[in-house]
Write a protein that binds this ligand. Structure first.
Ligand code: SF4
Ligand code: SF4
Ligand code: SF4
Length: 213
């Protein structure tokens, strides 16, 4: 024969059940938010799957093609820095150390006509100080691009291509680019340097700086 529970016990049960349900709902919401947060990286309009670790398993199919610019066609007009939909352009300078001459007088590093070949800011061509140089041995220096500082203006690329070995070149950084359906730089590019390429070969130069096309 079942006993009638006192009212205070029933209330305690009810309270506990309610609190448990609330805790579970909060946990569910938190997990959902984390999943959404992970997905937001990939589901914003135009985002590109680049197969990174963070995005692995997000469920989005890989992009069929991605945007890239051809360094052989680029005339370093400056529009890569100003016409990307991102405030900080997805186009950045890349450096092929295999092709570089490690010159003391680097035309990608120094302002033309600089008398003093020192690291002083006023001697440097890069407007954002994105190029560092490290002394190797006389008279050689290694030049390193800090990609977070580079804005893709192409000034260093122009200098290096005019008087140097052409080891500096611009590329769409695939981990930054949103892969817009219509790339606004591509529309503005006077050299018709942008095209769609395979995501399995998303860069148009090899590590030694040689062209893949
Ligand atoms: S817009 Fe075209 S030509 Fe100008 S810097 Fe970019 S790729 Fe080069
Ligand atoms: S000069 Fe322009 S393209 Fe070259 S590293 Fe600096 S910001 Fe980048
Ligand atoms: S596709 Fe969009 S994000 Fe990528 S370089 Fe072009 S404008 Fe910038």
């Amino acid at each position: 024969m079942s006993e009638q529970r006192p009212e205070s016990v029933s209330r305690r049960h009810w309270l506990r059940a309610t609190l448990r349900a609330a805790a579970l709902a909060a946990l569910g919401g938190f997990v959902g938010a984390m999943v959404q947060r992970g997905r937001r990286l990939c589901t914003k309009p135009g985002s590109a799957c680049v197969g990174c670790e963070e995005r692995a398993g997000c469920g989005l199919p890989p992009r069929a093609t991605v945007w890239q610019l051809d360094p052989e066609k680029c005339i370093q007009c400056g529009k890569c820095a100003t016409h990307c939909v991102l405030d900080h352009s997805a186009v950045r300078c890349f450096h092929s150390h295999a092709r570089c001459g490690y010159c003391k007088l680097c035309f990608g590093y120094f302002e033309p006509g600089t008398a003093m070949l020192t690291e002083a800011a006023e001697n440097q061509l890069c407007p954002t100080g994105a190029i560092h140089r490290n002394f190797v041995e006389a008279p050689y220096y290694e030049y390193v691009i800090e990609e977070d500082l580079c804005v893709g203006c192409g000034k260093c690329v122009r200098g290096c291509n005019m008087f140097g070995n052409g080891s500096l070149y611009l590329q769409v950084h695939q981990k930054i680019c949103l892969n817009c359906n219509e790339c606004s730089i591509a529309k503005a590019c006077p050299a018709d340097a942008f095209s769609r390429v395979s995501p399995t070969e998303p860069y148009l130069r090899n590590a030694d700086g040689s062209s893949k096309t």
